[in-house]
Design a protein. Structure first.
Length: 184
């Protein structure tokens, strides 16, 4: 995935009236929390944020450039979204400590048409999420389990996933992600 960059500006005004004024100017009120729990009040361009938000996952590091200074790697932690106007109203960023490993629970996406299914079996899905530990720079954007090569009576386990160097799986290695079983 390409490197996502988002420009932000510091702000001092707080409260509902200030937030309304910021939104009326085409910007979003935002808060960035660092690894020490300190909060920094910001605002970002709504259009620019929406483009980044639609392509980023929960584990995508975004380079947040505050007041034109060097970009800070952040995760989009949460957004307040108005479904009626189809717009974001507020965003929270988290700037993890780049030297401290993070433990994250991620969804495993099962993809592919198994060989065993084409031979008359049925695909059974096992666990849906796994827990991993790694530095923020090593966070995978998504975890995809390719089941295309699974034959009848075969299983794909957590230990079979290829997650790259720097990523340690916390979930049990023998947990089943998917299996192809014969139809009864």
């Amino acid at each position: 995935m390409e490197n996502l960059v988002l420009n932000a500006a510091s702000r001092t005004a707080t409260g509902k009236a200030a937030a309304k004024k910021i939104r009326a100017s085409g910007r979003l009120p935002a808060v960035m929390y660092n690894s020490k729990g300190e909060a920094f009040m910001l605002d970002v361009d709504e259009g620019e944020f929406t483009k980044v938000w639609k392509t980023a996952t929960a584990t995508t590091l975004v380079s947040l450039v505050v007041d034109g200074k060097e970009g800070v790697p952040v995760l989009i932690k949460s957004t307040e979204y108005d479904i009626i106007t189809d717009k974001n109203l507020h965003v929270d960023f988290h700037a993890p400590d780049p030297a401290k490993p993070m433990t994250v629970t991620m969804t495993v996406l099962v993809r592919g048409n198994p060989v065993g299914v084409r031979e008359g079996g049925a695909l059974e899905k096992g666990i849906k999420t796994i827990e991993i530990k790694c530095l923020p720079k090593d966070l995978p954007v998504r975890i995809i389990a390719d089941v295309s090569e699974l034959n009848l009576n075969a299983e794909l386990k957590v230990k079979d996933l290829k997650l790259g160097s720097g990523v340690t799986v916390v979930t049990g290695a023998d947990e089943v992600i998917a299996a192809v079983r014969p139809l009864r």
